[in-house]
Design a protein around this ligand. Sequence first.
Ligand code: COA
Length: 415
Amino acid sequence: MSINISNHLPTVGIDRMSFSVPSHYLPLEALAENRGTSFRKYQVGLGQEKMSVPAPDEDIITLAANAGARVLEGEDLSALDTVILATESGIDQSKAGAIYVHGLLNLPSHCRAFEVKQACCSSTAALQMALAGVSIKPNRKFLVIATDVARYGLETAGEPTQGAGAIAILVSANPRLIAMDPESGSYTKDVMDFWRPNYLDTALVDGKYSIKVYLDALENAWAEYQREADRPFEAFSRFCYHLPFTRMGEKAHNQLTSLVDAQLSKEDRLHQIEAGLMYNRQIGNTYTASLHLSILSMLENDTEDLSGKRIGLFSYGSGCMGTFFSGTVQPGYRDTLLTEAHAKQLASRIPLELPTYEDWYAHSLPCDGQTYLTPLCTRGQFRLGGIDAHQRQYEASPGHPSSTRQDGPAQLAQV
Ligand code: COA
């Protein structure tokens, strides 16, 4: 039986979206060759072609600020109520990454800023929190930023499924991109498929088990969504999934279509998800940003006009929690997309040689409070200039056309 929870709520949803990725990537051909693996395993078996690699002067804050700056261009900042930053690559146990972003973007002091965590799906909980907030205060906007660096050990099975990136999602009443349905179904279970203790900088993962738990969570979250929404599979035109690697989206969609006994050809099944796989295949895993990057990929790359079409969405976070939710693409959505800027960003990335990838992988900031300046590598708007007395120093990248703030750590001495 459906639960009627939508009677008096305004239409709320995603008004604008933009992503930011590191300026460099590793072609997976190079990784395959060096690791003695067939590139087809990565390209076909995992569905990945490139992997974003953060430079020493890029981190979750610079990526988040770059994405946030673009999504807020032309916006009335006084209407911004809250910034919620979702990540599982936090840089501080106490201070929220959202506060650094708040500072870099010069957001008004009435705007709250905090951070949330639950593996790859806290971004969806943050989005739902923002939707609830806008339902109560329809004149306000909420900014959700999902930002992560997906990092596994060198020469492990997880290595080709790394990546990095951030996505900024502006949530408002009468949204221009997607009106979200109020119903959702969640599933939570205490399991150890993927985790990262505070003393490690790479995740521990039981990869095969994590795929199984993901699919279990999808099945249960879908069932719970059906209890709330009572909406058949046929009501959806497209589906986007959490994509640690894009083949996972195919596995998930096969699971769902067989669960509901959908009579679809392999081509029709793929058609329902494939535009949503395109960005992730070129960027790699972005943990909390992954599902939302797939949504943006769907909106920007699907050749059909999706106006009025409902999209089914599945968010998964190891440990584990899954949520199935949905929304309807708004008429005229293409006018609000930043497709050209995103294409330019991806096309301007620089390929890395494997030794540089390994050097950057090994790079870390000093932990003893000494002053350190990072080399200038990024082409992004904001960069991590260094660290001084245990404080990360962020700055506008010198020479970047959009630079608005130049009071970075120029006073720091190179060590
Ligand atoms: N050509 C085409 N496909 C190939 C291939 C080749 N030459 N060689 C292998 N493959 C296929 C395999 O058949 C397999 O496909 P299948 O999943 O349809 O069976 C796929 O490539 C992966 O290879 P496999 O050997 O099974 O896995 P792996 O040991 O390399 O590990 C992961 C894969 C995803 C488990 C690993 O990358 C990982 O742990 N990633 C991090 C955790 C993660 O992403 N979890 C997902 C849920 S959140």
